[in-house]
Design a protein around this ligand. Structure first.
Ligand code: FUL
Length: 446
């Protein structure tokens, strides 16, 4: 077991995953025929003439994303309805036959470059318009479109594959050739992370509500993320049981009790994708954005729980973000700056004699300080190692009382202190279990 846990502790992210983790937040844009038909899933019969943004302004999207602190935008280049936002050579069902005539993918990728943020795209494998869907030719069609997007629009940071697989116009379902799609992305955009429900680089967190699980492991069994690179041997119990029934919305994907049955482990961190308003992805009339407090909770549940946040902001029929959404993004950034803009100075020391797998850190700050958040980061270039930790306060009269119990740390863990704990001035952070020598990158107080 010890040997296997050491292997589990040293499952490492790729350079593209590290760059993605550092972005922390990016914007999702669902835009297409549904924007004009008031639907969430088009059926592929929408005439091209419905797509007609009257004042498309991708620079406005980029400025709004930046004002909210977001580092990139992922655009639905094609949703399930099959309508392409770029003039693809391989179909007539695109912007080229709409009154708009332009190329939204080009407008946005250029605007992102101008604005200094990253560009990514979503290309739905499910296509309810293509006559090829449900036949082997569809995989060629899909790869041709993927190649157009990978080669025509500069650097791409993320290719987002939707796991949805329904029937096409002829009533058939498609077997998607994911290994081939992955190979194409690696060939033309080696720096891009690939999102899909099950990895390879980024996996779905399992819900669209803006939450993640208590223990969000980046290191998970290869049975869950079968397209990711396997970095270990099999678990010590793999000959006696299986983890093959893992599903991405299950509560526990990566604790010791799960990984010990695995055939091998991969590094596949989670993305939390959710919408700035309601549960819908496309623009609809009269939808107010979530409150800024709710967006903050989503931030803590995603970025603060070892995941990245992909926040959907739907462009409207003009081709602009709603003013209310832009305003909310600004307020969100102001709240992040107010809450995390300035560290509370603290003395942090490794407690002498603590064990390598159970290190303790003493944390002290000035007597008049108020600490709302303690933010801990592991050095994930060395892998994800901490299984559990506690924060205890040490000032009288509360000496030795628990104020926070946590599981994973990983890229970033934001511990929200309760009303009484925030007035403490002495704490101890105790790692209570880890898979190998713990490598903490930073402990910060806000
Ligand atoms: C799902 C789709 O069916 C939704 O329309 C949306 O695009 C969401 C992000 O992924 O699978």
């Amino acid at each position: 077991m010890r040997e296997f846990l050491k292997q589990a502790a040293s499952v490492k992210p790729s350079a593209r995953q590290l760059a993605w983790f550092d972005m922390e937040m990016y914007i999702f844009c669902h835009f297409g025929v549904n924007t004009f038909t008031d639907r969430e899933w088009g059926d592929g019969t929408e005439p091209e003439s419905v797509f007609n943004p009257s004042a498309l302004d991708c620079d406005q999207w980029v400025e709004a994303a930046k004002a909210g602190g977001f580092k990139g935008i992922v655009l639905t280049a094609k949703h399930h309805d099959g309508f392409c936002l770029w003039p693809s050579k391989y179909t007539e069902h695109s912007v080229k036959n709409s009154p708009f005539k332009g190329d939204v993918v080009k407008e946005l990728s250029d605007a992102c470059r101008r604005g200094g943020i990253k560009f990514g795209f979503y290309l739905s494998p499910w296509d309810r318009n293509s006559k090829y869907y449900g036949t082997p030719e569809y995989n060629d069609y899909y790869c041709n479109q993927l190649t157009e997007l990978l080669t025509g629009y500069g650097d791409v940071f993320c290719v987002w594959f939707d796991g949805a697989c329904g029937e096409g116009p002829n009533g058939k379902k498609q077997n998607y050739d994911f290994p081939r799609y992955v190979e194409l992305v690696r060939k033309y955009q080696p720096g891009a992370v690939i999102f899909y429900d099950y990895g390879p680089d980024v996996r779905w967190c399992g819900n669209e509500a803006g939450t993640s699980r208590t223990a969000e492991w980046s290191v998970v069994p290869s049975e869950l993320c079968y397209l990711s690179e396997v970095q270990t041997g099999k678990g010590p119990m793999a000959d006696y049981g299986k983890t093959e029934f893992l599903y991405n919305s299950q509560d526990d994907l990566g604790s010791i009790s799960k990984i010990m049955y695995s055939q091998g482990l991969v590094f596949a961190p989670a993305e939390v994708d959710t919408s700035i308003k309601g549960r819908e992805w496309f623009w609809h009339e009269n939808r107010a954005p979530h409150s800024v407090e709710k967006l903050f909770d989503i931030y803590v549940a995603s970025v603060g729980t070892n995941a990245c946040l992909n926040l959907n902001v739907p462009p409207n029929r003009k081709g602009r973000f709603d003013d209310a959404d832009v305003q909310r993004l600004r307020e969100f950034k102001a709240m992040l700056d107010e809450r995390f803009g300035k560290e509370v100075p603290a003395d942090i020391e490794l407690v002498e004699g603590s064990l390598p797998l159970q290190p303790k850190y003493s944390i002290k700050c000035a007597s008049d300080a108020i600490v709302n958040y303690i933010v801990i980061e592991e050095d994930i270039t060395q892998g994800q190692r901490v299984e559990s930790f506690v924060l205890r306060r040490y000032d009288e009269p509360y000496a030795n009382s628990f104020c926070y119990m946590g599981t994973c740390i990983g890229h970033k863990k934001i511990c929200v202190l309760n009303n009484s704990a925030k007035y403490a001035t002495k704490w101890e952070l105790c790692i209570t279990s880890a898979r190998d020598d713990v490598k903490i990158k930073s402990i910060k107080l806000y």
